[in-house]
Write a protein that binds this ligand. Sequence first.
Ligand SMILES: Nc1ncnc2c1ncn2[C@@H]1O[C@H](COP(=O)(O)OP(=O)(O)OP(=O)(O)O)[C@@H](O)[C@H]1O
Ligand SMILES: [Mg+2]
Length: 312
Amino acid sequence: MIEVNGLTRTYGAFTAVDDVTFTCEPGRVTGFLGPNGAGKSTTMRVMVGLTPPTRGSVTIGGHRYEDIPNPGRHVGVLLDAGAQHAGRTGREVLEIGARTMGLPKDRVDEMLAMVSLTDSEAGRRMGNYSLGMKQRLGIAHALLGDPEVLVLDEPANGLDPAGIRWMRDLLKGYARRGGTVLLSSHLLHEVELVADEMILIGRGRIVAQGDKATLLAGQGAAATQVTAEDNDALAGALTSAGHDVTPDGAGLRVTATPAEVSRTAMDARLVLTDLRAAGAGLEDLFLSLTSDTQREAAPAASPAPTQDGAAA
Ligand SMILES: Nc1ncnc2c1ncn2[C@@H]1O[C@H](COP(=O)(O)OP(=O)(O)OP(=O)(O)O)[C@@H](O)[C@H]1O
Ligand SMILES: [Mg+2]
């Protein structure tokens, strides 16, 4: 269990992390989501004692990280995968870790196999590693001491699609066995697929938190995307029934539930060719909640390319 309590970190007059409070529970994957510069890495650095907090505290299993004896056996950390010594081979990095934590040497081979790094790759210097290889080694290093808590900053960064799926399964399995996982990302999709709980941060402040269903439930009125053989007739029937209708692609977008739309169509004896819920979705939620903290204004539903091809 990770407990972050009133955590604030300032740099001069700038507040990077502003009174942040949350917990990460065992058996759950918690996604830490926010745009670039939101304060995710700073929060995680404070968690593992690399940056002192200005105010507030973080405990892992009830202890400050600095007070945990042999911390690698309890907390697996992946912050900046590129931060390893460029002159060491991947195998050496793990061997040093294993020795520091008092682990048997065959644990290194076990970990290399788990992250699918070959013998020849493990013998290469880190300076010559690809981004994805560094990331895999970083994950192996984090899991080396069989910790019960994982703190991973952008772990999917640089992984190929198969690697991303592999990591997702790995983290889900780890949580299912009772582990606590906190992983950060600025990519919503990545977090959405793996996280049980989500914490949204923007400009140092938490803007929303909860499980996916709870976050989505707080998301305004129902909407439906519908296409009929005769869209005009359907639009007329829906408008008469008191719903707002706007043309959308090949069909219509309606402020009503799919059931209401279906019933209206049935009463008017109209044939539907497509019907689906068009809730605002997590992406819209993420963008709206962090809109005043984005570098770019939150785009409208689908940003149209401008003449010169750049996104509007
Ligand atoms: N040592 C430092 N000195 C001054 N400012 C800092 C320092 N470390 C971080 N910051 C600032 O704190 C803010 C938060 O940075 P942080 O790295 O935590 O963001 P992040 O959420 O991890 O972003 P990203 O998605 O880009 O990794 C940024 O504006 C950053 O410039
Ligand atoms: Mg970061």
